[in-house]
Design a protein around this ligand. Structure first.
Ligand SMILES: NC(=O)c1ccc[n+]([C@@H]2O[C@H](COP(=O)([O-])OP(=O)(O)OC[C@H]3O[C@@H](n4cnc5c(N)ncnc54)[C@H](OP(=O)(O)O)[C@@H]3O)[C@@H](O)[C@H]2O)c1
Length: 333
């Protein structure tokens, strides 16, 4: 099959009260410029995708618009020397599904400099089980290493543990040898979180009230935070000396108020993780490390499958905090 005048996609159409979700044919002209044309096989749903599908927080200029920040498939045409027809590639972010047509369609076009080859022994579906959530989790682990954290050097907290970023962080950090403590609002997922490698599970209510003093008991060497808000402020106050927080998400609030005292008296470090952008060499390194670190068992344990038709209800479920782990989307009818 090659690109015709239209292709199958989930797309957003302009509506009176915000974008409306449609599934059907979109004109090939929605694709951006780029050296590589990709026949998309799979995408996934991230929190950002859920917001986009529900028309929350994004200003879309051109309709119809194809969301989906992640995609994987086969190169169909390429004028980039790094990729040739038949290669299996992954695209995470760089504006896909936010600024230009993304992964929820049968075709995508991208600059070669944004693409990563599907790791040896992996499939396009595997890479979408990882998605931006997994890349972000590995980038956070790499920040811990840069910050001097080592396995055995204290507990790592993962907030939003049952979600995509949380599940990926638990699986990879525990595989790297860290003792991981999972904070969740779903204590019923204890067995799942332990299967991924969590050594201890705590209720998220312990963290979400905010700190009761600037310096609380030293509890964490590091934290991958998917929640933000008061949870982040609590973590800052309870980090150990020279602890590192990888600030990744905002499911509990996109602002926070915290004392500066832990920064000055404990040298804590708050690092933002840009899972959707950043230098491609760093992201290719992250992918190589994911392929070496993440076991098939754990990847399978956190992955479910769905199709484009499922996305509107999945987006509702995700924004309500009810999706567990990662969901791979088969974009073909
Ligand atoms: N920095 C980046 O580049 C990057 C990359 C990926 C994701 N993110 C961000 O990270 C966050 C998580 O993304 P995701 O894809 O993992 O989403 P997800 O699969 O929906 O997971 C989010 C998790 O957060 C927890 N949660 C949900 N609502 C909450 C609330 N009101 N208060 C406290 N906890 C809540 C839930 O975990 P429990 O049920 O276990 O408590 C939920 O499973 C999002 O904000 C997303 O935008 C950022």
């Amino acid at each position: 099959m090659s690109l015709a005048e239209t292709f199958h996609a989930l797309y957003l159409e302009k509506g009176e009260a915000g974008p409306k979700v449609r599934i059907g044919e979109v004109p090939a002209s929605v694709l951006p410029d780029g050296e590589v044309l990709i026949r998309v096989a799979y995408s996934t749903i991230n929190y950002k995708d859920a917001m986009m599908v529900k028309g929350i927080g994004y200003r879309i200029k051109d309709f119809p618009f194809v969301p989906g920040i992640d995609l994987a498939g086969t190169v169909e045409q390429s004028s980039c020397p790094d990729f040739k027809p038949g290669d299996q590639v992954v695209l995470n972010g760089y504006g896909a599904g936010e600024k230009f047509a993304g992964g929820y369609g049968a075709y995508a076009r991208a600059k070669g400099e944004w693409l990563v080859a599907v790791p040896e022994g992996w499939t396009a579906r595997d890479t979408m089980a990882v998605g931006t959530a997994g890349v972000t989790a590995m980038l956070a682990a790499m920040e811990f290493e840069r910050g001097g954290l080592t396995p055995g050097g204290g507990d790592i907290l993962v907030t939003g543990a049952s979600g995509g970023l949380g599940s990926m962080s638990i699986a990879m950090l525990s595989a790297l040898g860290y003792r991981v403590v999972a904070a969740t609002g779903r204590m019923g997922e204890k067995a799942y979180l332990e299967q991924l490698g969590a050594a201890e599970i705590i209720p998220r209510s312990e963290l979400e009230g905010g700190p009761d003093k600037p310096l609380m008991a030293r509890r964490w060497a590091g934290c991958v935070d998917a929640v933000g808000g008061k949870t982040l402020a609590t973590v800052i106050a309870s980090l150990d000396q020279r602890g590192v927080i990888a600030a990744c998400g905002l499911t509990g609030g996109n602002t926070f108020t915290a004392s500066l005292i832990p920064f000055f008296l404990r040298g804590v470090r708050l690092v933002g993780i840009e899972g959707g952008h950043g230098p491609i060499d760093e992201r290719r390194e992250a992918w190589a490390r994911i392929a070496r670190t993440l076991s098939r068992d754990r990847l399978d344990a956190m992955t479910t499958d769905a199709v484009l038709d499922d996305l509107p209800s999945l987006a509702d479920e995700m924004l309500a905090g009810r999706v567990r782990g990662r969901v791979v989307i088969d974009v073909n009818p």
